[in-house]
Design a protein around this ligand. Structure first.
Ligand code: NAG
Ligand code: NAG
Ligand code: NAG
Ligand code: NAG
Ligand code: NAG
Length: 556
């Protein structure tokens, strides 16, 4: 058979050399070439050519050589040819060729590797930079962020986070250095060329490249002139650049500091002190009566904050004679001087003594009332009842005021018959019912008990250990009383304790009732006097008797 005919290479369309001109790189730094075909994405689009089966080839033609003789440098399908790093011999023409089986295009591009000395272009203090600076315009008094050009490309190639170093010919004040450079407040003296050097690691090699930014200031909004001393001499023309004369922003002409004698006083002074190029000396300071603070004893102190051009005069233990002193804040730079007096005013103090006294008296009075109420509340209650309480005798048809229920044949029986009954009947004037004394012989005990209880206004239960044992008369009385009270029969049950009783000894009815009922305790000999607490408490529980003879309003 015949030998296979070689596949004909397609004719390559030649776009000649790129009109974008040469690409410059500093020797030793990182450089890269982008295929100029892709500068016209409407014709060649990297993504779409990839899908059409195209391959990208880079050729390097040293001066005076042909493409046929030389030198495929890169066959990887990349938009860019990376030179990491460049050497002097990399200078020359590069061909970028896009080819598939049936079509081919190529374009040339020139690379120039500069010696570092040539890259500084003879400018003092400049770093070698191959690429022209990008322009950045920042309004005066505004902040700005500078991004290092091409940093994003380095991030793609780097194996770790790149480092960025910033350089500026003048001393960098008022800036923050990092990945980006922040200018907080743009000033005229911040104008100039900023350099950034990006450094990154790749295959154990430290690679770098340098870029520059030309920062210039513009006056975007007219500067506020009210605080500037020289404004008075300006006519309608607004200066395009800031005045360089210093001025005092605080205290303003009509600012008044309120002071308090005996206290620490802080007077804050803020200056506007523009840099004058080549002379950075700027001052802000306080004087007292025209003298600097070192002439004064330690009551006056100055706190300077250089970075905000602020000076604080601290006066310890302010005295009224200080009100007559002249406290001036002054600023000075190469171009001028400004001074302003701080106006002080004594703070009006409230008549605190009088106020305190009034408050004290009120509190004392309230305390007194509180004490009086707690000591004499029983007396007050009795007094109140005697004036405003209603006499139940007029509103019901009951016969007895008090029905006394107690355990028969006990210590309490003696107490009931000789003390309780006597005092209630003879001294306080109540009608008392005691079953054993008042019931008629012959009737049914149950019926009679119920009827007596129902005819009484109060059921006075004298609790004792054996009170209301099963089947006793007392239990009957207690049940009658509680039932009557529960059914709204205008009867109230009062508990009187002659001797301390353990609660466990009480019958169930009594334990339940105790929650809702008053318990008046007999306290031995202390309770014998009619003026004692026992009788007062008992009288509070008993119906009202408006008999003046029975009032004993002396404290027990
Ligand atoms: C930048 O890289 C070049 C070549 O590796 C090296 O000579 C130079 O010192 C580097 N510059 C800095 C600032 O690291
Ligand atoms: C390139 O082509 C792709 C797909 O055809 C499209 O998504 C992309 O936007 C194109 N890019 C440009 C720069 O035109
Ligand atoms: C080569 O690319 C051209 C256009 O870019 C396309 O029309 C053609 O089909 C491609 N050929 C092959 C074999 O993929
Ligand atoms: C920086 O920009 C200013 C104003 O646009 C221009 O006058 C100056 O020549 C530029 N400097 C450099 C080094 O490009
Ligand atoms: C203090 O400032 C006032 C202006 O506020 C000025 O008239 C005065 O002369 C100054 N005094 C001193 C001692 O500088």
């Amino acid at each position: 058979g015949a030998p296979p005919t070689p596949l004909p290479l397609p004719m390559c369309y030649d776009w000649g050399e790129s009109s974008e001109g040469s690409v410059f790189v500093v020797e030793g730094e990182v450089g890269w070439l982008s295929c100029p075909l892709f500068s016209h994405p409407s014709v060649y689009n990297y993504t779409s050519t990839q899908s059409a089966g195209h391959n990208l080839f880079w050729y390097h033609l040293p001066e005076g050589q042909d493409l046929e003789q030389c030198c495929l440098v890169h066959t990887k399908d990349r938009e860019r040819l990376w030179l990491q790093p460049t050497t002097a011999s990399d200078t020359g023409q590069y061909i970028c060729m896009l080819r598939n089986k049936s079509s081919c295009s190529k374009i040339g591009i020139r690379l120039t590797v500069l010696r570092p000395d040539d890259a500084t272009r003879g400018v003092k203090c400049a770093l070698p930079v191959a690429v022209a600076p990008t322009e950045k315009i920042v309004p005066l008094q505004k902040g700005a962020t500078l991004d290092c050009p091409d940093l994003q490309d380095a991030i793609k190639m780097s194996e770790s986070k790149p480092e960025v170093q910033w350089y500026f010919a003048s001393a960098l004040k008022n800036v923050e250095v990092g990945f980006h450079l922040l200018i907080h407040v743009m000033q005229e003296e911040h104008q100039g060329i900023y350099y950034c050097r990006v450094q990154y690691q790749r295959r154990n090699q430290t690679l770098n490249f340098t870029r520059s930014i030309n920062v210039s200031a513009i006056c975007e909004t007219p500067f506020l002139l009210t605080n500037i001393h020289v404004a008075l001499s300006l006519t309608l023309s607004v200066p395009l650049s800031l005045p360089k004369q210093p001025s005092i922003m605080n205290p303003t002409n009509d600012q008044i500091f309120t002071v308090k004698t005996g206290k620490e006083v802080r007077l804050v002074c803020r200056g506007h002190l523009p840099f004058v190029l080549n002379n950075p000396s700027r001052h802000i300071w306080w004087t007292v009566d025209g003298e600097t603070l070192d002439k004064f004893p330690d009551r006056f102190r100055e706190e300077n904050r250089d970075w905000t051009l602020e000076s604080v005069l601290v006066i310890q233990n302010f005295q009224s004679k200080d009100l007559k002193r002249e406290f001036n804040c002054s600023v000075r730079n190469e171009k001028g001087f400004d001074t302003r007096r701080a106006q002080l005013e004594e703070e009006v103090t409230l008549p605190s003594v009088e106020l305190g006294c009034g408050l004290g008296v009120t509190l004392l009075l309230m305390l007194l009332l509180f004490v009086v109420y707690h000591v004499f509340w029983l007396e007050l209650l009795l007094l109140y009842r005697s004036w405003f309480g209603t006499d139940e005798r007029h509103t019901d048809d009951k016969e007895y005021d008090v029905y006394i229920s107690y355990a028969r044949n006990s210590e309490e029986e003696q107490f009931v018959l000789s003390t309780l009954r006597r005092v209630l009947e003879n001294e306080l004037g109540y009608s008392v019912c005691i079953f054993d004394r008042d019931s008629l012989p012959g009737g049914t005990i149950t019926d009679e008990t119920l009827s007596f209880v129902a005819r009484s206004r109060r059921l006075l239960v004298v609790v004792s250990p054996g009170y209301a044992s099963q089947g006793s008369q007392a239990l009957l009385e207690l049940k009658a009383g509680i039932d009557n009270m529960a059914l709204g029969g205008h009867l109230r049950v009062i508990l009187v304790q002659y001797k301390p009783v353990r609660r466990q000894g009480w019958v169930r009815e009594l334990r339940r009732a105790r929650v809702a009922l008053a318990l008046v305790r007999w306290q031995g000999d202390k309770s014998r006097e009619l003026s004692s607490r026992f009788w007062k408490r008992l009288r509070v529980e008993l119906p009202v008797r408006r008999d003046p003879l029975t009032f004993h309003l002396n404290a027990g």
